[in-house]
Design a protein around this ligand. Structure first.
Ligand SMILES: Nc1ncnc2c1ncn2[C@@H]1O[C@H](COP(=O)(O)OP(=O)(O)O)[C@@H](O)[C@H]1O
Ligand SMILES: [Mg+2]
Length: 219
């Protein structure tokens, strides 16, 4: 089933054309990998899909409904964006992991938080730990968990394994795969990483703001 349909999507800032006429269809539960040279417009495409930027032209339709018909909150709960540089806020790990409950005004589910921490190899991570003392790999994993404590329909991953060592990368990729296969979250992942490119699913390439080389293959 088609979950996301992008038609003639373009983005321009002043006179600079960043993306031109992108057409892309994403099936429910699929795993799409987007690759391409630095500066080609990949992050811009994810930001457009996340509704963090308004397109200059074109449409994005989620479950047969144009993005413009969702409230920002409603849409953000369905389509969640993990940034290239994991952004944590507040002072502690707990501030970040309690946040998804707080904004929904529901009690914090400590069991779900402990389970999620364990799933990404952070079983002994104290919630009182200061975020300034975390490694890059720990930050990335905590940001990822924060995004999926309430599972979105689509997770947008922007070079989330960049800068991680081999062990952390393996944990993160296995977790992402689990979210896709066992929870049915649709993945749209931007990456340069050779191991991440070995993930299953379809791959497309963006070069100079245009979508090229759409190959369908499965692993
Ligand atoms: N808000 C903006 N204003 C001006 N230029 C931008 C803006 N956002 C992105 N760009 C430019 O658009 C191009 C694509 O950027 P980006 O989407 O970050 O590429 P990628 O993620 O593929 O490396 C780059 O040339 C970048 O400098
Ligand atoms: Mg980028």
């Amino acid at each position: 089933m088609t979950q996301l349909k992008i038609e003639q999507l373009s983005y321009q800032v002043d006179q600079q054309v960043i993306l031109t006429d992108i057409n892309l269809t994403v099936e429910t539960g699929s795993y799409l990998t987007i690759t391409g040279p630095s500066g080609s417009g990949k992050s811009t495409l994810l930001r457009l899909i996340a509704d963090l930027l308004p397109p200059t032209k074109g449409t994005i339709v989620l479950n047969d409904r144009p993005v413009t018909q969702f409230s920002p909150n409603q849409y953000r709960q369905k389509v969640s964006y993990c940034f290239q540089q994991a952004t944590l806020f507040g002072e502690t790990v707990g501030d970040n992991l309690r946040f998804p409950y707080e904004i929904r005004h529901i009690p914090v589910d400590m069991v779900a938080i402990e389970k999620a921490l364990a799933a990404v190899g952070l079983i002994h991570m104290p919630l009182t730990k200061k975020i300034t003392t975390l490694s890059g790999g720990e930050k990335q994993r905590i940001a990822l968990i924060r995004n999926v404590l309430f599972p979105p329909e689509i997770l947008l991953l922007d070079e989330i394994t960049t800068g991680l060592d081999a062990a952390n990368k393996a944990i993160v990729l296995a977790y992402v795969r689990h979210l896709n296969e066992d929870w049915g979250i649709t993945m749209i992942a931007v990456t340069h990483d050779p191991e991440e490119l070995q993930q299953k699913g379809r791959q497309v390439q963006i070069v100079a703001g245009e979508l090229v080389n759409q190959d369908e293959f499965s692993r």
